[in-house]
Every structure is written in structure tokens, then in C-alpha cells.
Design a protein around this ligand. Structure first.
Ligand code: NAP
Length: 295
């Protein structure tokens, strides 16, 4: 699709390294086209040593904002003017909003994840019991999102138990009861038996990374448990397939990806995006990059 730009075209984008495989450009540009907005989303590969210059550049060039991805999500913090409470709690920024040269660092992963549960599965985390597998960057955003949405209990199970404990302590400061487990702990079965939602955030199940292994025993999955796997390559992970076989409802990894983008779009433009158009663009791009799997 060729579009005409003008002196009034508003520019947003993505900074990361690498950025070539990002699905955000197609999602946002389709939304801008659908709304006939004179905006464009451009990916910018920024090496770690050039991050400070890139942030000065986005101010100098009057970009309206950027998404931030690996490896800059934490490193960018000192170069911004202010963090939102969500970004401060998570300790990472995935969205920068340029307010006339004043750069606000936000994080839409947490609210985007929670919104994917609400919109795609009609699930409200308030009062719920959650189990999170993994304690890395994505798990941190998800734990903060669930805690701020008033989840009652969050159990974090991670290969390295110490990291689970650190994340459990962080989430506990936001309100819920929390516990930390090792990923292979027998107590995980009990936590799952009482849980309302399971969120898988490790790379287990990702194409080319331990796809033969399920992160939990399939027999531990019982309805009405809602099972989310934030891995989106493949679209339908072995865990999601097992959960569906066991009669559980599922939310695939594209849900979080879609709604973090929806939230960023709203912050930059002040307008609600056409979510169905963004979802279709994302799923088309994912299916094209992954062959002919079912969406
Ligand atoms: P990260 O910060 O590197 O954390 C990785 C986590 O997975 C850690 O808890 C790590 O445990 C665990 N892990 C790694 N290899 C493992 C293995 N072989 N067995 C068991 N546990 C293992 O990564 P991240 O940024 O959180 O991303 C994690 C995954 O989520 C990636 O696949 C990424 O593509 C996906 N993701 C999806 C979205 C979305 O929008 N859907 C957003 C962000 C990330 P240790 O602490 O023991 O090392």
C-alpha cells in the first residue's frame, strides 16, 4: 500500500534492535489508513550505544511517540522526563508519548494484557486467583497488571525460584496475596486446581525452543480455568492445544500484542482505534510468517 505523506504527517514508530520482524507497523498503519488519518508508524533499528541520541532525535524530529522493545525497555528510563505509575511499577517502558518535547514513558503491556482477558474472554481479574509461569520481563508486566486489577492471589512459578520470589514481593506490594514456587514444584498442581487463570510466559512451546514440552502437566488443567499463553509463534501453542482438549477456555499470545498496541494508539492519537482492523492485520501477518496455521 503506497500512501501520500505531507508536511502534516504525524510520525510514530518503534525503537529496538532488531526491529525488522515487528508486527506493530502493519497493525498501526492499517488502523491509520482505515481512519484516513495522516499518520505513519515506522520501525527504527537503534543500537544500544545510540539509544540516548535516538531519544534526543525523536524529540528534535517531533515524533509523536514510539514503542520501545528489546533491548531498550529499561535502558531508556534515564532519558525520559517522567514515567507513568505503571511504567514505574514495572521498571520498564514500552511506549513513549511526546507531549510537545516532554517525553512520558508508559507501559501498555500490563493494561494491554488485562484488556485482552476482558475483551477476548470476558474475564475480569478482580477477586480472581492467578498462576503465572515465568518471572521475566513479560511476567513482571502481567503480574503488575493483574495486581492493579485487584486479583486476589497470584502464584508465580519460575525455573529460578529466587526470581519468582522477587516478583511475588513486587506484586504483593500492590495488594494481592502472592506465593513463589519453582516451576517443577508439586505445589503447582494445588495452585492450579484452585486457580481461575493460568498465564504462561516462558519460551517453552515457542517454535524452535522446547516445543515438545508442556510447561505443566496436561492433567492439571480443568475447566473453568482460563489458559493464556503469551507465546505467539506458533499461534496455537502446545499448551493452548492441551487446554482446549481439556475443555478450558484459551487466550492466545496475539491478544496481549494486539491490546498493548491498541492502548499505545489511544495514548498517541487520543482516538479509539479500529480494533477489528488491527486484529485482522496482526493475524494475517502472523499467519503469513508462520505458514498456514489456524488463527
Ligand atoms: P525474559 O525476560 O527473558 O524471561 C524469560 C522467562 O522464561 C524467565 O522466567 C525464565 O526463567 C523462563 N525460561 C526461559 N527458558 C526457560 C526454560 N527452558 N524452561 C523454563 N523456563 C524458562 O523474557 P520475556 O521478555 O519475559 O518474554 C518471554 C516470552 O514471552 C517470549 O517468548 C516472548 O516472545 C513472549 N512475549 C510475548 C508478548 C506478547 O505480547 N504476546 C510480550 C512480551 C513477551 P529463569 O528466570 O529461570 O531464567
Amino acid at each position: 500500500m503506497v500512501r501520500d505523506f505531507s508536511g502534516e504527517t504525524a510520525v510514530v514508530g518503534l525503537i529496538g534492535y532488531p526491529v525488522a520482524h515487528s508486527l506493530s507497523p502493519v497493525m498501526h498503519n492499517r488502523a491509520f489508513a482505515q481512519l484516513e488519518m495522516n499518520w505513519v508508524y515506522v520501525p527504527f533499528p537503534v543500537r544500544p550505544e545510540d539509544l540516548e541520541a535516538a531519544v534526543k532525535g525523536l524529540r528534535a524530529l517531533s515524533l509523536r511517540g514510539v514503542n520501545v522493545t528489546v533491548p531498550h525497555k529499561t535502558a531508556i528510563v534515564p532519558f525520559l522526563d517522567r514515567l507513568t505509575p505503571a511504567a514505574a511499577a514495572i521498571g520498564a517502558v514500552n511506549t513513549v508519548i511526546n507531549q510537545d518535547g516532554y517525553l512520558v514513558g508508559d507501559n501498555t503491556d500490563a493494561i494491554g494484557f488485562v484488556r485482552s482477558l476482558r475483551e477476548e474472554a470476558d474475564f475480569d481479574p478482580a477477586g480472581s486467583r492467578a498462576v503465572i509461569l515465568g518471572a521475566g520481563g513479560a511476567a513482571r508486566a502481567i503480574a503488575v497488571g493483574l495486581a492493579e486489577s485487584r486479583a486476589a492471589r497470584i502464584a508465580i512459578a519460575n525455573r529460578t525460584r529466587e526470581r519468582a520470589r522477587e516478583l511475588a514481593e513486587l506484586a504483593a506490594r500492590l495488594g494481592p496475596e502472592t506465593t513463589a514456587l519453582a516451576l517443577d514444584s508439586p505445589e503447582l498442581e494445588e495452585e492450579l486446581a484452585a486457580a481461575d487463570v493460568l498465564v504462561q510466559t516462558t519460551p517453552l512451546g515457542m517454535a524452535g525452543a522446547g516445543e515438545a514440552h508442556l510447561p505443566v502437566n496436561e492433567n492439571w488443567l480443568h475447566p473453568p480455568l482460563l489458559v493464556c499463553d503469551i507465546v505467539y509463534t506458533p499461534l496455537y501453542t502446545p499448551l493452548l492445544a492441551a487446554a482446549a482438549r481439556r475443555g478450558c477456555r484459551i487466550v492466545p499470545g496475539w491478544g496481549m500484542l494486539l491490546y498493548q498496541g491498541v492502548e499505545a494508539f489511544e495514548r498517541w492519537t487520543g482516538r479509539p482505534p479500529p480494533i477489528a482492523v488491527m486484529r485482522r492485520a496482526l493475524l494475517d501477518a502472523l499467519q503469513m510468517s508462520q505458514g498456514s496455521e489456524e488463527a
